[in-house]
Write a protein that binds this ligand. Structure first.
Ligand code: B12
Ligand code: SF4
Ligand code: SF4
Length: 387
């Protein structure tokens, strides 16, 4: 047994189902990455395009100058949908990865434990940096280099035994280790389930180099989590009842058929309030609290990233897509929320419901509403009634 083998065993003991060691040469894919940024496909995720972070993505030694090896771990998070989800339109769908505790802290704590254990074995301090999603690291590229899987056409890193419902974590180390062979084949073949199933057409297939390409600006995950402003009107209907993230391109992937048998890692058991909550109750709850109350409510959950205003915007769209009169009272309240973004999307949702009561709620707001964009949404909603 080498030290590398012992480390892998220890990573498994810490609960990481996948572990591999990546070599630490410069990224081979920066041309593609830069072209992707230049095309604007990253939308308003400015952290992906900052010049200093581009250089760090290209060369990991800019993050840890004494870097010798990168440990890449994968942590399963699959869980079954609660009964009725996603078809029951009065309930909200939260993507699987976000239904339980925040993976950033779960994985980071375990990576730090792994680092401490390695130091105890070599009896020396070892410089290290641990990352889970938050740093300028091309985590999936490292995953391929560590032999964990291939880039599917849905852009996910897919492992032939475990599918794609796993998070990645990276431990950069000033320690020589035996690195794994990169995963040098791809197993999508002629399948195009994800491309056909994506409701917004965000997945664009492989480019000439073989890289899977996504227009993130059309991705429901981006729109519901990362995007801060108005959601383009033409994309709102495609969100259905998805209020946070999206799993469609993973659900249709044949490599995930085994996911249900693998089961749910206990670390990410769903929190009841995120496991298909009723849309109306969720809206009522969010309307009663402020941003601080929101942070408190979703403490320790990935969902806090959307902020109250973002989640409420998404919930309004889902209520509009549901299109049922029961949602009128709560949308009437949302039409008076202190956030223009919420008022604007509530107006759109009322326009989708198309009843006289919806019109009665909208009409007086024309007199009181000062925000020009919200006024526009109200006008458009009212015009929709005369169609
Ligand atoms: C920004 C981001 C997003 C954006 C953009 C997604 C995207 N596809 O780029 C949005 C908000 C849409 C998003 C959504 C999701 N995300 Co996200 N996201 C990230 C983040 C922070 C950066 C990804 C990035 O740099 N994208 C830019 C593209 C260009 O880079 P890339 O995906 O790595 O693509 C590489 C290949 O194209 C390759 N390449 C280039 N040329 C060539 C040539 C060949 C031949 C090949 C094969 C490859 C190749 O090079 C590129 C750079 O390495 C990573 C964490 C991280 N730091 O890496 C998490 C991450 C990718 N996300 C993750 C998850 C879980 C999700 C969601 C499932 C969440 C959800 N349920 O809503 C969805 C999935 C949507 C999807 N189909 O991708 C996981 C993925 C785990 C996995 N098994 O793959 C990550 C790794 C976070 C983590 N630590 O676990 N995400
Ligand atoms: S996460 Fe949803 S919207 Fe985004 S690419 Fe996949 S199927 Fe399309
Ligand atoms: S659904 Fe098909 S094409 Fe898409 S990632 Fe999975 S195997 Fe590849």
């Amino acid at each position: 047994m080498t030290l590398t083998d012992d480390i892998k065993k220890q990573a498994n003991k810490l609960g990481f189902e996948l572990v591999g060691i990546a070599s630490v040469e410069d990224s081979q894919h920066m041309d593609m990455y830069r072209a992707w940024i230049e095309s604007g496909s990253h939308g308003d995720m400015g952290y992906l395009s900052r010049r200093d972070t581009l250089a760090r993505r290209a060369d990991l030694k800019k993050t840890l100058p004494s870097l010798k090896a990168a440990i890449v771990v994968g942590h399963d998070y699959y869980q079954e949908d609660p009964a009725g989800i996603p078809d029951n339109q009065h309930r909200a769908v939260v993507a699987r990865y976000a239904r339980g505790p925040d993976y950033h802290s779960v994985i980071k704590k375990r990576l730090i434990k792994l680092h401490k254990w390695i130091e105890s074995q070599v009896e020396d301090p070892i410089a290290c940096r641990a990352y889970v999603d938050t740093g300028p690291i091309l985590e999936r590229e490292l995953g391929v280099r560590a032999g964990l899987g291939w880039f599917g056409k849905n852009t996910m890193l897919i492992n032939s035994k475990r599918g794609s419902y796993f998070f990645l974590g990276i431990l950069l180390l000033d320690l020589e280790l035996d690195h794994d062979d990169p995963f040098d084949s791809e197993h999508c073949g002629t399948c195009r389930n994800c491309l056909d199933a994506c409701p917004t057409g965000a997945l664009l297939g492989r480019d000439q180099s073989g890289a899977p390409v996504m227009d993130a600006q059309r991705c429901i995950s981006y729109l519901t989590i990362e995007h801060r402003g108005y959601i383009p009107v033409e994309l709102r209907p495609f969100m259905g009842n998805r209020v946070y993230g999206c799993d469609i391109c993973q659900e249709v992937c044949p490599w995930n058929e085994k996911a249900a048998q693998i089961g749910t890692a206990s670390a990410y058991q769903a929190n009841a309030k995120l496991d298909g909550p009723a849309l109306i109750e969720l809206a009522e709850q969010l309307l009663k609290i402020d941003e601080e109350g929101f942070r408190e409510l979703y403490r320790g959950s990935p969902v806090k990233r959307a902020k109250r205003v973002g989640l409420l915007r998404n919930v309004c769209i889902s209520l509009g897509n549901w299109g049922i009169g029961d949602a009128l009272p709560v949308l009437g309240l949302a039409l008076k929320d202190h956030e223009p973004l919420v008022r604007g999307h509530a107006a759109w949702a009322l326009g989708q419901i198309q009843s006289n009561r919806a019109k009665i709620l909208l009409l007086p707001r024309i007199l009181f509403e000062k925000d020009p964009r919200v006024r526009e949404e109200i006008f458009l909603a009212l015009i929709a009634f005369s169609d």
